[in-house]
Design a protein around this ligand. Structure first.
Ligand SMILES: [Zn+2]
Length: 536
């Protein structure tokens, strides 16, 4: 059974009574909008999103809430922003800082907009809300009161669950300083049931300085916020969250989730939500720079794939497995190939877990009308787009061995678009080719006796045929290889060296079949002759 279906089963069992009573299940996830959102954050979106879709499919009423956390203080400045401009605003709530482009409503919205765009593009449609709105509308008021009246117990929870000792006078709340507007620098020193006294401490944190202001203010309606682990529990309570997974870094024993769960249970007297502790999503590669924030944002990665293939990247692995994504390695063509395999399995109607996965990588809307179409291999399209003299559509028609439908043509256009983008931005050298039409590549002149023999046999075969076909060529190459007892790598490299000047290339039979037959014969003859001059 597919992992998300298994999770849905567990959830249905746990919330049997609630489902029966017709009360919708609440699923929640969040992201702090402190900069461009890393693609890894899409993993949480996809896990929660697919659970929501599966439950809906089974007629189980549920709500998927997604929080844009915009009330946290700015505690660092992304390297791609003008440091001098933002430095004075460090420590302020993200929603109270201007947008980097001067157009979005505020700093948090600027980054949230881009991320929300990607989420919707891949077919997930959570209900988005802002944390600042929850505070300002008074939704946190009751929770804040409960927290301030139970600080001793909360301190005890921190100590027993994680071993962390909070000072005796600790009050888990931070006020937005009325003088300087910072929230990251304030310390609350007392609560009289209605108002809190606070100090804006110059040296509370290392990353910014407080103004020293002392004040007394109501902690309600957006004047203050809870520290994040306490706030997390408060969210479970306020929003009645039933299902909320978290990255495994939060889900370690004694970690933030354990603390939030304990506070939820003991302070807010509510059963914490069903957890889904999921693994990391790593983006690696030479062309990526985490410190510069380049290449691994959700927008940049989403631009590399059609929505279904991005969903496949996010949903294709069990939530307990790490996703390793290397855009400048071969992860991109491999993902397209995996999609093609799943499609083949699906249309042959093979009943296994992969059939289910294939359905789920389509959004619920598209899932109802999945249409079969011809899927030319991504690596072949990536090769063909580099051969300007070739008629790409004609070549794909040959691959299909049947006329192309309108859907087929649309798919070709789509794959051309993504292949070009990948070649431009990330593709490793092994995928970059230039047909050496003018003259024999130098390394081809240095092939050995055995390689030359093999090319001779190949040339003879080519001459004997009126038309060349990839599959038959492929078989023939293997026959020659067997007969001459030549290592496959040796034979193939002789072929690629002759035409591309490289040791490797696309599938050899297919590759030779798309070359102009006259050119193919001429070049093979030249290589056989010229390589014979060297004594080896
Ligand atoms: Zn201040």
């Amino acid at each position: 059974m597919y992992w998300a279906d298994l999770l849905a089963e567990e959830i249905k069992e746990k919330y049997k009574a609630q489902i029966k009573a017709g009360k919708p299940l609440v699923i929640r996830d969040e992201k702090t909008a402190s900069g461009r959102v890393h693609v890894g954050s899409l993993r949480g979106v996809a896990i929660h999103g697919i659970i929501s879709e599966i439950l809906k499919e089974e007629g189980i009423n549920n709500k998927f809430l997604y929080e844009i956390n915009d009330f946290d203080p700015m505690d660092s400045i992304p390297v791609y922003l003008d440091r001098e401009k933002f430095l004075p605003h460090m420590g302020k709530p993200l929603c109270n800082i201007f947008s980097p482009d001067g157009k979005a409503k505020n700093y948090a919205e600027y980054f949230a907009e881009e991320f929300i765009g990607v989420i919707n593009e891949i077919g997930f449609e959570p209900e988005f809300y802002r944390n600042s709105e929850l505070y300002k509308s008074g939704k946190y008021n009751e929770a804040i009161k409960i927290v301030l009246e139970n600080t001793g117990k909360i301190r005890e929870i921190y100590k027993t669950v994680s071993g962390s000792i909070k000072p005796e006078d600790w009050l888990p709340l931070q006020v937005v300083c009325e003088n300087c507007g910072k929230i990251g620098t304030t310390k609350v020193v007392s609560f009289d049931g209605e108002k809190v006294e606070y100090i804006c401490e110059p040296e509370l944190v290392e990353w910014t300085t407080g103004c020293g202001h002392k004040g007394k203010i109501s902690p309600f309606n957006g004047n203050a916020k809870l520290p994040w682990k306490v706030e997390w529990a408060a969210k479970f309570f306020i929003l009645n969250v039933d299902i909320e997974g978290a990255g495994k870094d939060h889900s370690t024993k004694g970690g933030s989730r354990d603390i939030a769960d304990a506070i939820c249970r003991e302070i807010f007297k509510r059963e914490p939500p069903f957890n889904i502790p999921y693994e990391f999503f790593h983006v690696a590669g030479k062309k990526m720079s985490a410190s510069k924030g380049e290449g691994s944002s959700s927008r940049e990665i989403a631009d590399l794939f059609p929505p279904e293939i991005l969903r496949l990247l996010l949903l294709g692995k069990h939530y307990k497995q790490v996703i390793d994504f290397v855009p400048d390695g071969d992860t991109v063509p491999i993902l397209f190939d995996r999609f093609d395999e799943l499609a083949e399995n699906y249309f042959k109607n093979i009943q296994n877990g992969y059939k289910r996965l294939f359905e789920l990588i389509f959004s619920p809307e598209k899932r109802k009308k999945i249409k079969e179409k011809f899927l030319p291999r991504f690596s072949q399209i990536a090769f063909l787009v580099q051969m300007p003299h070739m008629d790409l559509v004609k070549e794909v028609e040959k691959m299909k061995a049947a006329p192309l439908t309108e859907e087929d043509r649309a798919e070709i256009d789509l794959r051309i678009k993504y292949a070009k983008r990948w070649l431009n931005l990330y593709a490793p050298e092994d995928y970059k080719y230039e047909l050496q039409e003018e003259k024999i590549p130098e390394p081809a002149k240095k092939i050995n006796q055995k390689q030359r023999e093999a090319l001779k046999d190949l040339l003879e075969y080519v001459k004997s045929q009126e038309f060349l076909d990839g599959q038959t060529l492929h078989t023939k190459i293997h026959e020659i290889k067997e007969r001459l007892k030549i290592e496959p790598r040796e034979f193939f490299s002789a072929i690629y060296l002759s035409f591309l000047g490289k040791e490797s290339g696309p599938k050899a039979g297919w590759f030779l079949s798309i070359l102009d037959k006259k050119f193919l014969e001429k070049r093979l003859a030249e290589v056989i002759e010229e390589s014979g001059c060297s004594t080896r």
